[in-house]
Design a protein around this ligand. Structure first.
Ligand SMILES: NC(=O)c1ccc[n+]([C@@H]2O[C@H](COP(=O)([O-])OP(=O)(O)OC[C@H]3O[C@@H](n4cnc5c(N)ncnc54)[C@H](OP(=O)(O)O)[C@@H]3O)[C@@H](O)[C@H]2O)c1
Length: 341
C-alpha cells in the first residue's frame, strides 16, 4: 500500500525568491509500525512556523532531505502497534510527530496522540495541539493567569497569538493585542481582544500605545515576536509581572536587562511546548484535555484562515512565511473525512 505524501527533496525558502525548498508529492510505501506507534488516516495537517524554519534549515531540530515535513495532524486511527492499549482502530485523535504530517497517513508515537472529543471538527482539529497547547501551558501552567489581569499579546494575529487571545479572555483577563494591519486587527477583536494596537501604524511607539491601553501596566507579556517589540513591551510591565517567552518570529532574539527584572520583580518564563511533551507528558495531556474540552463546548474557536490540498503545500507554507496568515493554515488530503460532530 502506498501513501500520498509531500516530500522535501531540497531545503530552501518557501516564500517567493530564488532559493525555494523543493517539495514534491510522491507515493511512498507504508512503513511498518513499531510496537508503541499508531497509524492515522489524516483528516488535516496543520502548518507551523517551525515547518517553515525547518524547510529553510533554520530550525533547532534539523532534518536532511528527503523527508516528509509536518508536525501535527488530526484524523482516525487505522492501526496500532502491539503495545498500544489506549487507542484502537476507529479512535479519533489529534497527534504530534517530529515529521511526516503532510501526508494522507501519518505514523506517531501513541504517547503523542490525544483523544479528540465529539464536538470538535476532525477536519480542523490539527490546528489545536501546538498553538492552543502552547498558549494554555504558558498562561495556565506557567503564569497562572487570574481574572482581571492585563495580558499583552505580541503577534496576536498569528496561530499561537489568536489561541492566546482566546484563552486569556476565557480566563477572565483583559487582553491588549498587537497585530499588523486591519485584517489581523479585525480578527483579534473578533476573537475577543479588548484593545488592538496596529504595529503597522507609521511612527508608532509601542510603549506609548500600550500605556494608553493599560495605564496601570501589564501583568503578563505573551511574546511570540521578540526583537524591538519585546524591548518596548518590557517597559510597560507593572511590578511583579510575568514574561512568557514563546518565540522570536521577528528573527531577532532580544536581550532582557537583568536589572529591570530585579527592580520590578519580574518573572521570565521560557516556554517550549515540545520539550514539555517529552519531559512532563502528563502536564501536556491534562492541558490538552482542557483545551479540547473547551473547543468541544464551543468556548474556543479554531481560527483557520486557509486550507490547501497536499499538492499545494508550498503555497500553504508561503502564506505563513509572508505573514499573510491570520490564525492557522491547514492541509487537507483529497479524500475528505466526515466532520463527526
Ligand atoms: N515555544 C513554543 O513551544 C512554541 C510553539 C509554537 C510556536 N512557537 C513560536 O511562536 C512564534 C509564532 O508562531 P505562530 O505559529 O503563531 O506563527 P504565525 O502564525 O506565523 O504568527 C507569527 C506572527 O509573528 C508576527 N511577526 C512579526 N515579525 C515577523 C517576521 N519577521 N516574520 C514572521 N512573523 C512575524 C506576525 O504578526 P504581524 O504580521 O502582526 O507582525 C505573525 O502573525 C514562532 O516564532 C514560533 O516558532 C513557539
Amino acid at each position: 500500500m502506498s501513501v500520498l505524501s509531500v516530500v522535501c527533496t531540497a531545503l530552501g525558502d518557501p516564500g517567493k525568491g530564488a532559493s525555494l525548498p523543493r517539495l514534491e508529492t510522491q507515493l511512498l510505501e507504508r512503513i511498518k509500525l513499531k510496537s508503541d506507534q499508531v497509524r492515522i488516516r489524516v483528516a488535516s495537517s496543520s502548518v507551523n512556523f517551525a515547518d517553515v524554519l525547518q524547510l529553510r534549515g533554520l530550525y533547532q531540530e534539523k532534518l536532511e532531505p528527503p523527508f516528509v515535513p509536518g508536525k501535527e495532524v488530526s484524523g482516525e486511527v487505522i492501526e496500532v502497534g502491539e503495545k498500544v492499549t489506549q487507542f484502537s482502530p476507529g479512535s479519533f485523535v489529534v497527534a504530534v510527530c517530529s515529521s511526516g504530517a503532510f501526508a494522507e497517513e501519518c505514523v506517531a508515537p501513541a504517547s503523542s496522540c490525544f483523544p479528540l472529543p465529539r464536538g470538535v471538527d476532525v477536519r480542523e482539529a490539527s490546528a489545536i495541539p501546538i498553538a492552543f497547547g502552547t498558549a494554555h501551558l504558558a498562561l495556565v501552567e506557567r503564569a497562572k493567569l487570574r481574572p482581571g489581569q492585563v495580558v499583552l499579546v505580541l503577534g496576536a494575529g498569528g496561530g499561537v497569538g489568536l489561541a492566546a487571545v482566546q484563552i486569556a479572555k476565557l480566563l477572565g483577563a483583559r487582553v491588549v493585542a498587537v497585530a499588523r494591519g486591519g485584517t489581523k486587527g479585525k480578527a483579534v477583536k473578533q476573537f475577543g481582544a479588548d484593545h488592538w494596537i496596529d504595529s503597522e501604524t507609521e511612527g508608532i511607539n509601542l510603549q506609548v500605545e500600550v500605556k494608553k491601553a493599560a495605564p496601570a501596566g501589564v501583568d503578563v507579556l505573551f511574546d511570540t515576536v521578540g526583537g524591538q517589540a519585546t524591548h518596548e513591551s518590557i517597559r510597560c510591565l507593572r511590578w511583579g509581572a510575568q514574561v512568557l517567552l514563546i518565540g522570536f518570529a521577528s528573527g531577532n532574539i532580544p536581550s532582557i536587562a537583568a536589572n529591570i527584572a530585579l527592580v520590578k520583580n519580574i518573572t521570565l518564563h521560557g516556554v517550549y511546548w515540545g520539550m514539555y511533551l517529552s519531559k512532563a507528558p502528563e502536564v501536556v495531556r491534562e492541558s490538552l484535555r482542557e483545551v479540547l474540552a473547551w473547543a468541544a463546548e464551543g468556548r474556543l474557536r479554531v481560527p483557520i484562515c486557509r486550507s490547501f490540498p497536499l499538492e499545494d503545500a508550498r503555497l500553504a507554507l508561503g502564506v505563513l512565511h509572508s505573514r499573510e496568515a491570520v490564525g492557522k493554515v491547514i492541509l487537507r488530503p483529497s479524500a475528505e473525512m466526515q466532520p463527526r460532530l
